[in-house]
Design a protein around this ligand. Structure first.
Ligand SMILES: Cc1ncc(COP(=O)(O)O)c(C=O)c1O
Length: 452
């Protein structure tokens, strides 16, 4: 009761509403441990069916008689750890066979990657080589990414739906440039697509967008079942292009079921209900159902975006093609900033995170509203009304000296500091102290803003 209201939590991509039938189904299987495959063989079968359906959705080239290679996980983070490990192990085998050193693997990503990639790099001792962002361009530049690839690169990770702005990275161009580089160098650097959010959006809203296994260098893809897969928190998926892309020595084989059941997960026990709920959603909604829900989310995102634009106070940094979210910065942040807006919105129950962009666009700060299935048109109208109320209130307050001394620049607005507006001149020491205090506030708020 003392927590926030999940449906007003616009920070999260994770599902906060399912049909009552799903709630019932989840409750009826909440006591089943997924790993007890001999006791719950049907759950195992449902997981395998989900893997096959998702692999088909991502245009995985496996034959009619074959089953797809993949597994259910607790989320995209676990899925990414597994995919990353497979790349690392495969690269190490190849280097060993060639008699070359295999102790300095690296992975190339954009600086906008979600924290799970940093975790993967640190936990599994892989150097993370990040392509820096620039003002106005908040995703990985494929040209720069391919330039950073060297013989120790285990893979390039592209994001289908950046956590920060929802924008899709250009996997097709990345594939083209990397194919060329591989041809020139003799390497065979592969691609992983982190489709945590976009994996259940692109196939329905943008079927002609080529980002998946249709591209030859894409060897594995992860997706969060608990985001736009429309299941409550606790399910993700990873699919490999073929058996060859998942080194055999990472797979554990159990034969409880009489047949060989390969397992490749980090955790042993986990709940069955999320797997069962995912299967229910895939069957119940089908391609047409998912398409309609994603279209609805996209229309609601458009509505919020247009209403925010109409206020004349914001710059929109999210794109029309991408995850249905709206990321926006203040045009004029001389008296208050996006963190103040975020904080003030909490009074109305809204959780709208504010955050600064990663290097080299740290001076850009934005708010982000994620549109999920349970976000309605009327909630959107209400949100914008409350944002307008908050702005009016903040406008009426005396200006924060700190916000005037140094500003988090409005996204895309190109405003410069308006120190010259200050009637009181400050000493350099005073200014420095204010700047330090200001950044401490920004960092403290960023730590608690819950960007996930
Ligand atoms: C692009 C991206 N990758 C990975 C993750 C981690 O996903 P999960 O919460 O399913 O572990 C997120 C979470 O928001 C994400 O946006």
């Amino acid at each position: 009761m003392l927590d926030g209201n999940p449906r007003l939590n616009l920070a999260s991509f994770v599902t906060t509403w399912m049909e009552p039938e799903c709630d019932h189904l989840i409750m009826s299987s909440i006591n089943k441990n997924y790993v007890d495959m001999d006791e719950y063989p049907v759950t195992t079968e449902l997981q395998n069916r989900c893997v096959n359906m998702i692999a088909h959705l991502f245009n995985c080239p496996f034959g009619e008689e074959e089953t797809a290679v993949g597994t259910g996980t607790v989320g995209s983070s676990e899925a990414i750890m597994l995919a990353g490990l497979a790349f690392k192990r495969k690269w190490q085998h190849k280097r060993k066979d060639q008699g070359k050193p295999y102790d300095k693997p690296n992975i190339v990503t954009g600086a906008n990657v979600q924290v799970c990639w940093e975790k993967f790099a640190r936990y599994f001792e892989v150097e993370l080589k990040e392509v820096k962002l620039t003002e106005g361009y908040y995703v990985m530049d494929p040209v720069k990414a391919v330039e950073m690839v060297d013989e120790n690169t285990i893979c390039v990770a592209a994001i289908l739906g950046s956590t920060l702005t929802g924008e899709f990275e250009d996997v097709k161009l990345l594939n083209e440039l990397l194919l060329k580089k591989n041809e020139e160098t003799g390497w065979d650097t592969p691609i992983h697509v982190d489709a945590a959010s976009g994996g259940f959006i692109a196939p329905f809203l943008y079927p002609d967008l080529v980002w998946d296994f249709r591209l030859p260098l894409v060897k594995s893809i992860n997706v969060s079942g608990h985001k736009y897969g429309l299941v409550y928190a606790g399910v993700g998926w990873v699919v490999w292009r073929s058996k060859e892309d998942l080194p055999e020595d990472l797979i554990f084989h159990i034969n409880y079921l009489g047949a060989d059941q390969p397992t490749f997960t980090l955790n042993f026990s986990k709940g069955s209900s999320q797997i069962i709920a995912q299967y229910y959603q895939l069957i119940r909604l089908g391609l047409e159902g998912y398409k309609r829900i994603m279209e609805n989310c996209s229309e609601n995102a458009k509505l919020v975006k247009e209403a925010l634009e109409k206020t004349g106070r914001f710059n929109i940094v999210s794109k029309d093609v991408g995850v249905p979210l709206v990321a926006f910065g203040l045009k004029d942040s001389s008296n208050y900033n996006v963190f103040d807006v975020s904080e003030s919105l909490r009074r109305f129950g809204w959780i709208v995170p504010a955050y600064t962009m990663p290097p080299n666009a740290e001076h850009i700060a934005v708010l982000r509203v994620v549109i999920r299935e349970d976000f309605s048109r009327s909630l959107g109208e209400r949100l914008v009304l409350d944002i307008e109320k908050v702005l009016k209130e903040l406008d009426s307050f005396p200006s924060h000296g700190t916000a005037k001394a140094v500003q988090v620049k409005a996204a895309g607005g190109g405003q410069s500091s308006r120190e010259s507006d200050h009637p009181v001149k400050k000493s350099a020491d005073e200014m420095e102290m204010e700047i330090t205090r200001y950044w401490k506030r920004v960092v403290d708020r960023k730590k608690t803003s819950g960007v996930c």
